[in-house]
Design a protein around this ligand. Structure first.
Ligand SMILES: [Zn+2]
Length: 457
C-alpha cells in the first residue's frame, strides 16, 4: 500500500529559491518523499492534513552541535572560553559514562526536532570509549530525526597537550563498518576532526587520510579567536587536503584570502553566532562569507551556553550582521536605502544551505519534488504572527519553538499538534536529570544555579 499524505493549503516557503512562497499550496507526500506540489492536488486515498493559514517550511538544518552537552544545559551561559575549556570541554566531559552520552544525545536530538530542526550534524567529540560512540549513535537513531554522526574522538584527542600528538581514534573504522557501511538511512556518518589548529601537522595529515580512507565528509573548527589566525586554511592547502567535502566551523578570524581558498575549493561554512560572540571567537562571519562567495549555514554549537533552536540562532545572526552592515554609515552619515541581508536569505542559510553543507542537499533542505518530506508547519493561532503579512519576517523575527506545531521527517509525522509522537517526556527528563546529577556530582566544585565558575587553577 502506498503511504500518501496530503498537506492542504499551506503558505509554503520552499527555500528552493530566494523569496519563494507558494500561497494556499498543497504538498503530496508518497512513501516519505515529496511527490507533487501545487494548488488543489487530488489524492482521494491520502491522509489529509489541513494547513490553511499556516506557514510551512523545510525542516531546519543545524550544521554543528556538541549534542552530548545537552544534559548540562545552560551551566556555561556566563562562562568565558577559558572557563568552558576548563570546566566542560576537558572537565565535566571526563565523567560521562556511555549512558550519560545517550541521555545527552537523546535529549538534544529530540529538543532539536521539537523546535523544527529535522537534520542535525552531531559533532560528537567526547567519545572516551567505543561504548560512548555506540550510545551516541543509538540515541540519534532512537530520536527519529535525520542526523549526521560526526565522529570526533575524545579527551585523549582534545585534552592537553595541544597541538595534540594523538591521532584520531581507529574506532572510527569500526563505527563506519558496523553502523554506516552504506550511506542510506536517516543517520549517516562524517568525521569531526581537530584540524591544523589543534593537532601536530603529521597528526592532521593522518586524520584527514583516515577520513578519506573511510570515504567520509569532514567538519573542522577553524578561525575561532586568536588561535584562528594561525593560518589553518593555508596549512590545509599546503598539505593538499582541501576538498568540497569539508565544512569549516566558525571562520571568524580567517584571513580574506583563506575565505577565497575555501570558496575556490567548494568547501562550506558553519556560523554559530551565539557562542562566537559569547566566547570571543571574533565577529560571526555571515557577511564576510557571502562577500567571498560562500553560503553561510548555522549551528547551535553548545547547549551548555545557548538555546538549542534555530529561531534564536537566526535572530542573533541577522541582528549582528545588520549591525555590522549599518555601523559604517553611523559614522559617515551615509544614507543606507536598503539593508543587504534579507530574512528570506537567512531562512535559506538555516535550511537548504545547511543541507548542502551536511552533504544532504539532494535529500533535504527544501520543499521540492523528489526530496524527502522533511517539513515543518507553524501554528497559526499565535498572536505573535497574526496577521500573517510576511512569512519570512515572521519566521526570522517572531517565531519560536513553541510555534512548531507539526514536523515530518521523511514523511513520518514526528510531531503532531504540538507534541512529539511516541515520546515519553517523563522518561527523557529522568534520563537527563540522572546523567546531569552524575557528571556534575563527579566534577570538583561544580554546582547548579548559575553561580559556579570553574577553577582555572
Ligand atoms: Zn564546536
Amino acid at each position: 500500500m502506498t503511504d500518501r499524505i496530503l498537506l492542504r493549503k499551506g503558505t509554503v516557503i520552499t527555500a528552493a529559491a530566494e523569496g519563494e512562497v507558494l500561497p494556499e499550496t498543497d504538498i503530496l507526500i508518497e512513501d516519505g518523499k515529496i511527490a507533487a506540489i501545487g494548488r488543489d492536488l487530488a489524492a482521494a486515498d491520502a491522509e489529509i492534513v489541513d494547513l490553511t493559514g499556516r506557514i510551512v517550511l523545510p525542516g531546519f538544518v543545524d550544521t554543528h552541535r556538541h549534542t552530548w552537552q545537552s544534559v548540562v544545559r545552560d551551566i556555561a551561559s556566563d562562562w568565558s572560553l577559558t572557563e568552558y575549556l576548563a570546566g566542560l570541554h576537558t572537565g565535566i566531559s571526563k565523567y560521562y559514562r556511555p549512558e550519560d552520552t545517550y541521555a545527552g544525545n537523546y535529549l538534544g536530538a529530540l529538543e532539536a526536532l521539537d523546535s523544527g530542526i529535522t537534520t542535525l550534524v552531531d559533532w560528537s567529540h567526547n567519545l572516551a570509549t567505543p561504548e560512548h560512540a555506540d550510545a551516541a549513535i543509538a540515541a540519534l537513531k532512537d530520536s527519529g530525526m535525520r542526523a549526521v554522526f560526526a565522529h570526533g574522538g575524545g579527551n585523549k584527542q582534545w585534552g592537553a597537550p595541544l597541538p595534540s600528538p594523538n591521532n584520531h581514534p581507529e574506532d572510527a573504522r569500526r563505527i563506519r563498518e558496523q553502523y554506516f557501511s552504506d550511506n542510506t538511512g536517516l543517520v549517516t556518518m562524517a568525521m569531526a576532526l581537530r584540524g591544523p589548529q589543534f593537532t601536530l601537522p603529521e597528526v592532521n595529515r593522518h586524520d584527514f587520510a583516515l577520513a578519506n580512507d573511510l570515504d567520509l565528509r569532514i567538519t573542522v573548527h577553524v578561525g575561532d579567536g586568536y588561535w584562528g589566525k594561525s593560518g589553518p586554511i593555508y596549512k590545509l592547502r599546503d598539505d593538499g587536503l582541501l576538498s568540497d567535502r569539508i565544512t569549516y566551523v566558525h571562520c571568524d578570524t580567517l584571513a580574506d584570502e583563506e575565505l577565497d581558498i575555501i570558496a575556490a575549493s567548494g568547501g562550506s561554512a558553519s556560523v554559530a553566532p551565539d557562542v562566537e560572540m559569547q566566547m570571543g571567537h571574533g565577529t560571526p562571519a555571515t557577511g564576510r562569507l557571502l562577500q567571498h562567495g560562500i553560503r553561510p549555514t548555522f549551528s547551535i554549537d553548545v547547549c551548555s551556553s545557548n538555546g538549542g533552536d534555530m529561531f534564536g540562532t537566526m535572530r542573533t545572526a541577522i541582528g549582528m550582521q545588520r549591525w555590522a552592515d549599518n555601523a559604517p554609515a553611523v559614522e559617515t552619515g551615509e544614507v543606507i536605502e536598503r539593508i543587504g541581508l534579507t530574512c528570506a536569505e537567512v531562512v535559506r542559510f538555516a535550511t537548504i544551505d545547511g543541507a548542502n553543507a551536511a552533504g544532504l542537499g539532494e535529500v533535504t533542505g527544501s520543499i521540492e519534488v523528489g526530496k524527502d518530506a522533511d517539513i515543518v508547519a507553524l501554528d497559526d493561532r499565535s498572536l505573535a504572527i497574526t496577521p500573517m503579512n510576511n512569512p519570512f519576517g515572521a519566521v526570522v523575527y517572531a517565531a519560536h519553538p513553541g510555534l512548531v506545531r507539526d514536523v515530518w521527517v521523511a514523511g513520518n509525522r514526528v510531531k503532531r499538534d504540538g507534541a512529539l509522537v511516541g515520546v515519553d517526556y517523563d522518561r527523557i527528563k529522568q534520563l537527563a536529570v540522572t546523567a546531569r546529577d552524575h557528571v556534575m556530582g563527579e566534577m570538583p566544585g561544580a554546582s547548579l544555579g548559575g553561580e559556579w565558575h570553574p577553577d582555572l587553577g
